[in-house]
Design a binder for this molecule. Structure first.
Ligand code: ADP
Ligand code: MG
Length: 731
């Protein structure tokens, strides 16, 4: 029996104690966060007021005030059982980072007290020389600093034997350059706020104070049994299967999508939800996805920077809690070939501080007009900066989805739905020169129809789709930190909001009335950006051809997509909106290219070892079985006159030769791959990424194809690697 078969008998659900009456969520929601309310209760009025001003106007608090908050935070955490604290941040590798310190200080010889000062709250100094900075921070001045981000509440992470207070921070260099993913997001919200407030004031909302982006990321993932996972080096090392023959049953029956959730999985989901609720993460929906053993969690949307922190935390919770249920949570974009990969649909909108959604088609014609102006800004932003959107989701894992005929393609386009499309068409064709107040939307073709929240008209294949009262950026990878895509969306839309605002103002200054000016600008934008709109099937070949005609970028390779970050006009855009400096962009380009290369090298080296140490020996064993049977038969034929059908004997021989050649072929290609890796060592990172995309990946696919054929014939007894039909179909 193979190890794999032995494992089959070990697989069972974890035994859980039944909870008679689960607690009401409202009774414990947010109990592990140091919320503004908790802070308010535990500090002086003056300090709280200073804190609020800091949040809204950026006026920093004094050290004495910071000390007071730190003390309140410490007391709260210690009362809840925390013994350690950490500055929690999001380095450019996309994971989260922590360096834990104990609360204790030496009070006297052999005596300690719990202490935590404002200094330590506001600024930490991790020994962080190993985080990539892309050249911003040379190792000799290696220090990076974490600085408290008061916009996201501190929280407590529980483990079996203790609790840790986590303080959300940004991570910066000595000179203030962003070394993380979070700071640019915060800066982009500032930019968006400025631009959006400007436009709204023009529309007569004199009292609007703050506009921010909202975000609800739908998180897809796979779960597989831990026993199988432990036998797959590829999953352990790379998060995806590098080899593995397709299972006869995949997702073709679509019997998984929204199906009954297996009990084992639903228990996992309950525990994730409970832990998430304690941290104030508002999880809303959970369901089966299309592929076998693929699932999704979606939260209620929140302010983007909170949503980004919450999504990072959620991913960590999911990974941790899956293990408690003897399962492993796979967040990779493409863990299994031949079935759907995982994405993270990023639902994005704009809100004012009263909670009014700027992408909600209004009830009155005036609101409609404002909605259309914001919509026009989105269209223009995507039209002009599709390259930046593509760059914001460029990573090795996502490369398997984008352009691979399943997920949104690498061509960025916008879907608006039938209703909006026809409205825009009307505007484009028929703006009357005179538009009276009473007849605002008379475009020469009757009144503008009332907008309905249109949820039936769906296009699942569009990478940037309008879905009711928000846009859904669907091409984001499941494992990604959403901070960067949000920062890009916020910035490009800020710029277009400014464009729309400035052009309306200009039109007004020529004597046109307000409504006519707005309609004129919308009409102009609609006309100019038409090419970015596509309502059809984004996976089709026709769309690829059509997109080419329209000169829309279709960038399949990560290295090429990332180049957008270093384009002159893009650098200028980000500098103008103070989201990234040139150095920060160039650093990101280098880091992400480097990470792409490292990912591929780890994959290739893992494949090399798996082929040589697992696949080939299994092949040899089967070869031996075939050879000795053949030998025996021929001997019996000769010695004992056994009658063997000539065709049957020929078939045996052919099969053996086939196996021998296949093993040879696989080994030969793996040797080729090793040579290619050697060659890559001598060239620059940029060239290396290109080589990996153009040559290494196809070679790995080629090796895989032949290994998978072997898997289907080599005896089940000899094959130790868990198969797709097992990993994806355990109960
Ligand atoms: P859909 O049916 O389009 O998937 P849902 O209402 O189920 O719509 O929402 C899907 C995700 O979109 C959820 O995470 C939700 O919180 C988020 N979402 C809804 N409205 C907004 C908004 N105004 N801004 C950002 N995200 C939103
Ligand atoms: Mg979904």
């Amino acid at each position: 029996m193979s190890i794999r078969q032995k494992v089959l008998f070990k697989i069972k659900s974890t035994v859980l104690e039944k909870i008679a009456t689960p607690k009401k969520v409202s009774s414990y929601f947010g109990e592990n966060i140091f919320s503004t309310e908790t802070m308010q209760k535990n500090i002086s009025k003056g300090t709280f007021a200073a804190f609020k001003t800091w949040m809204s106007e950026g006026k920093t608090i004094s050290l004495a005030q910071a000390n007071e908050i730190a003390n309140a935070m410490k007391n709260w955490a210690i009362a809840k059982g925390a013994t350690y604290y950490t500055h929690w941040f999001q380095p450019m590798t996309g994971l989260t980072a922590e360096k834990h310190d104990s609360f204790i200080s030496i009070a006297a010889v052999g005596k300690v007290i719990e202490k935590f000062s404002g200094n330590k709250l506001i600024q930490g100094e991790p020994d962080a020389s190993s985080f990539p900075s892309g050249g911003i921070r040379a190792t000799f001045e290696a220090r990076g600093y974490t600085a408290w981000d008061p916009s996201s509440p501190a929280f407590i992470i529980e483990s079996k034997l203790g609790k840790t207070l986590c303080i959300p921070t940004i991570f910066i260099s000595y000179h203030g350059e962003a070394l993380d993913k979070k700071l640019p997001l915060l800066r982009s919200d500032e930019a968006l706020n400025n631009s959006a407030v400007g436009l709204l004031k023009l529309f007569g909302h004199k009292h609007v104070k703050k506009i921010f982006s909202t975000c609800g990321p739908e998180q897809e993932y796979f779960l597989i049994d831990k026993n199988y996972y432990n036998l797959r080096q590829d999953l352990i090392m790379t998060g995806r299967t590098l080899i593995g023959a397709p299972s006869p049953k995949g997702q073709q029956l679509e019997d998984q999508y929204f199906g009954t959730i297996k009990e084992r999985v639903v228990n996992f989901m309950f525990e994730v939800a409970e832990e998430a609720y304690k941290l104030g993460i508002p999880l809303m929906t959970r369901h089966n996805e299309v592929a076998p053993h693929q699932y999704e969690f979606a939260p209620i949307f929140e302010e983007s920077n909170i949503a980004a922190d919450h999504n990072q935390l959620l991913m960590e919770l999911m990974k941790k809690i899956a293990l408690r249920h003897d399962m492993v949570c796979l967040l990779h974009e493409k863990p299994f070939a031949g079935i759907n990969g995982s994405g993270k649909h990023l639902n994005w909108s704009l809100s004012d501080e009263q909670g009014n959604n700027l992408l909600n088609p209004g009830k009155t014609p005036e609101d409609n007009l404002q909605f259309l102006a914001v919509l026009a800004a989105v269209l223009r932003a995507v039209y002009l900066h599709a390259d930046l959107l593509r760059a914001s989701i460029a990573l090795a894992g996502n490369e398997h989805r984008l352009g691979a005929n399943e997920a949104p393609p690498a061509i960025i386009s916008v879907f608006l739905g039938g209703q909006l499309t026809s409205i825009l068409n009307m505007i484009e064709k028929g703006v009357k020169s005179k538009v009276s107040k009473a007849d605002i939307m008379d475009l020469g073709i009757g009144r503008l129809p009332k907008f309905n929240k249109d949820t039936t008209d769906r296009n699942r294949t569009s990478p940037f789709a309008f879905t009711g009262a928000k846009f859904e950026f669907r091409a984001v990878g499941s494992s990604q930190n959403i901070s960067t895509p949000i920062a890009v969306i916020n910035t490009i839309i800020a710029e277009s909001l400014d464009y729309v605002k400035d052009n309306i103002k200009r039109a007004i200054s020529t004597g046109k009335d307000f409504n006519a000016s707005v309609l004129m600008v919308i009409s102009k934008v609609v006309k100019e950006t038409k090419d970015i709109r596509f309502e059809g099937n984004n996976y089709s070949e026709e769309w690829k051809k059509e997109a080419k005609k329209r000169a829309l970028p279709n960038v399949a390779a990560t290295y090429e997509a990332l180049e957008a970050l270093t384009k002159k006009e893009n650098i200028a855009l980000f500098e103008r909106y103070k989201v990234f400096s040139k150095e920060e962009l160039v650093a990101r380009y280098h880091i992400w290219i480097h990470m792409y290369n490292l990912t591929l090298e780890i994959e290739a080296n893992t494949l090399n070892e798996m082929v040589n140490a697992s696949v080939v020996p299994a092949g040899y064993e089967y070869e031996r079985l075939l050879a000795s049977t053949l030998d025996e038969l021929v001997r019996l034929q000769k010695g004992a006159g056994l009658k063997i059908d000539a065709a049957a004997l020929r078939d045996k021989k052919e099969h053996l030769s086939e196996i021998v050649s296949k093993i040879y072929y696989v080994r030969k290609n793996v040797a080729e791959m090793v040579k290619l890796l050697e060659k890559a060592k001598k060239i620059s990172n940029e060239k290396r990424a290109e080589l990996y995309f153009e040559e290494l990946k196809p070679l790995m696919e080629h090796i895989r194809k032949h290994v998978d054929q072997l898997e289907c014939v080599v005896s089940d007894d000899a094959w130790d690697l868990p198969k797709y039909r097992e990993m994806l179909f355990i109960k």
